[in-house]
Design a protein around this ligand. Structure first.
Ligand SMILES: Nc1ncnc2c1ncn2[C@@H]1O[C@H](COP(=O)(O)OP(=O)(O)OP(=O)(O)O)[C@@H](O)[C@H]1O
Length: 525
């Protein structure tokens, strides 16, 4: 993300924000100025002037606080709406870039990293601007008292500004390490929590505890390391601040004794000091944090780049013909014979476990690339076509549902398909009607992905219903009815096999009469 982009989204509101911040800084310094005049008035025994200056000081402080309040609020609104845009772009990128994404990493990016970087980066910019304005205003006020005060302040300013550079690389490194460990921890949790039930059953909790503990320890070390680098920066800043403020007080006393500056400055120099050095220190911290997160921000910018929407050209395949194919997986080699499916044919694909049936489907779906051999896709007339692989219907062993209603999971959120009659007819085709009757909300039942309120068999029926609704001509079913009872499976298969779809079906434990319903069987050996 860049500041320019943030500013240009809402230039008027952003300008008002920075104007309010500049004014509030001026008013804050104005209040210290009024304090100087109050003490001058006291020394000269001028009670009316003293009261007027006191009122001016109070007014400056009240308006400065009001402007700060407005600034903080509108900064938060601007940041949150920008963050919303960034999350949308990240999500679109993840959706369109055609790569497999680890859910923990994507979650981390969408929530933590984006939030951390955007919010802290923009808040740091705003705060450093505010601090910079206060430094300028108080520096100007000091100049109006005596040039030597300003020069002294300037020298310390330069020292203070250059301090973060000493730790710039260390801060960058610490930030990156923290983000990496964050991701690693989420991934470990994600990987292990998925199988928590199995861990319970096998009493392997000690193993889980050890793995999670190790990842948590590394995250803890990364946090401590980052805090140590930040603390070192704070320490250096504090040292410069203490030295600078003592020397300025000494210089003011000298100037007052020599009658070269106003007496009242002795009372207010502490305020000017804290306005000047305090804000300089803050600005240096903010700038240090901003430059420390540079690498992560650049990475995030890349991950937001628009990726063209994956709209595949080509026709929906109705069948295919493959030459002998081979697939290589890190030393494991799978070989397939030439296979041809005619449009409308119903074929049972069998073979020992691990022989490569699922991988063959992934080859057809374009998810796995063949090391050798070719697949040609055919239309209804058996002519070779340029295929749109996303239009192949696919029912995996463990199909995924999405948070939404059962109807939405059948239509995949396509409102054009959301017709109650059509959905009920389709539910009949896949034996889902009985389940719909059991759920009080029927088609509107919400799918609770985590709570698995939908059984494995019901999930398979819902996903099978999808391929009916989407009229997939070529349907690949990979043990897609394994969780459905035998009688219903037989009915579903019998109905499926009466359609004009081309179907390739992998199943381990079909009854003999179900097997007979297929045109032929291809056995991989
Ligand atoms: N992405 C992958 N990386 C490495 N090896 C893989 C990958 N996908 C599959 N394999 C391996 O390829 C072999 C075939 O796997 P596949 O899932 O295709 O078999 P299958 O015939 O469908 O088995 P099952 O009947 O048990 O489901 C297995 O040994 C598997 O470990």
């Amino acid at each position: 993300m860049t500041f320019k982009e943030f500013y240009l989204r809402k230039p008027v509101k952003s300008s008002l924000l920075f104007l309010a911040s500049a004014l509030s800084s001026l008013l804050l310094v104005g209040s210290s100025y009024a304090l100087t005049l109050e003490f001058n008035a006291l020394r000269n025994r001028q009670p009316v002037l003293f009261a007027q200056m006191l009122a001016l000081q109070l007014a400056c402080l009240v308006f400065s606080a009001l402007l700060t309040y407005y600034g903080n609020l509108s900064l938060e609104q601007l940041i949150q709406s920008y963050l919303q845009q960034i999350r949308q772009e990240l999500a679109l990128h993840i959706f369109n870039d055609g790569q497999a994404h680890d859910p923990a990493q994507a979650q981390n990016q969408l929530l933590k990293e984006g939030d951390l970087l955007t919010v802290s980066y923009l808040r740091n910019i705003y705060s450093s601007f505010k601090a910079g304005m206060t430094v300028l205003a108080s520096g100007g006020a000091l100049l109006s008292f005596h040039w030597s005060l300003f020069i002294a302040c300037l020298i310390f300013a330069l020292v203070q500004i250059s301090l973060p550079r000493l730790l710039d690389r260390q801060l960058n490194h610490a930030n990156q390490r923290l983000a990496t460990q964050n991701q690693a921890y989420l991934k470990v949790l994600g990987d292990w929590l998925l199988g928590l039930g199995d861990l319970h059953r096998c009493l392997s909790l000690a193993w889980f505890k050890e793995k999670a503990g190790l990842a948590a320890k590394e995250l803890e070390d990364a946090h401590v390391h980052k805090s140590a680098v930040s603390a070192r920066l704070d320490y250096l800043n504090q040292l410069a601040y203490s030295l600078g403020s003592s020397l300025i007080l000494l210089l003011t006393a000298f100037l007052v004794i020599r009658h070269w500056t106003a007496f009242g400055l002795l009372s207010s120099i502490a305020s000017f000091n804290s306005d000047f050095f305090g804000n300089l220190q803050n600005a240096a911290d903010y700038l240090g944090e901003i430059s420390g997160s540079r690498q992560l921000r650049q990475d995030l910018l890349k991950q937001r780049e628009a990726v063209p929407e994956q709209k595949e050209a080509g026709q929906a395949p109705a069948a295919f013909a493959s030459s002998p194919l081979t697939v290589e997986f890190n030393g494991l080699s799978l070989a397939y014979p030439a296979i041809k499916l005619q449009p409308g044919e119903k074929v049972l694909l069998t073979g020992a476990s691990g022989r490569g049936k699922s991988t063959f489907f992934k080859l057809l779906l374009g998810e796995v690339k063949a090391a050798s051999g070719e697949i040609h896709y055919l239309d209804q007339k058996g002519q070779v076509i340029q295929p749109n692989l996303s239009q192949i219907g696919y029912l995996p062993q463990d199909p995924q549902l999405f948070p939404g209603s059962v109807a939405e999971n059948m239509t995949m959120f396509n409102p054009a398909l959301n017709d109650q009659d059509l959905l009920r007819q389709t539910a009949d085709q896949v034996n889902l009607s009985e389940d719909l009757r059991l759920w009080p909300a029927g088609l509107d039942t919400r799918v609770a992905v985590e709570d698995s309120n939908i059984s494995g068999g019901q999930r398979q029926k819902i996903v099978l219903a999808r391929s009916y609704l989407y009229h997939s001509q070529l349907l690949l079913i990979d043990e897609g009815t394994s969780a459905i009872d035998q009688a219903a499976t037989r009915e579903i298969i019998a109905r499926l096999l009466k359609t004009d779809k081309t179907i390739m079906f992998v199943a381990h434990n079909l009854t003999a009469d179900s097997r007979q319903l297929f045109d032929r069987e291809i056995q991989l050996d």
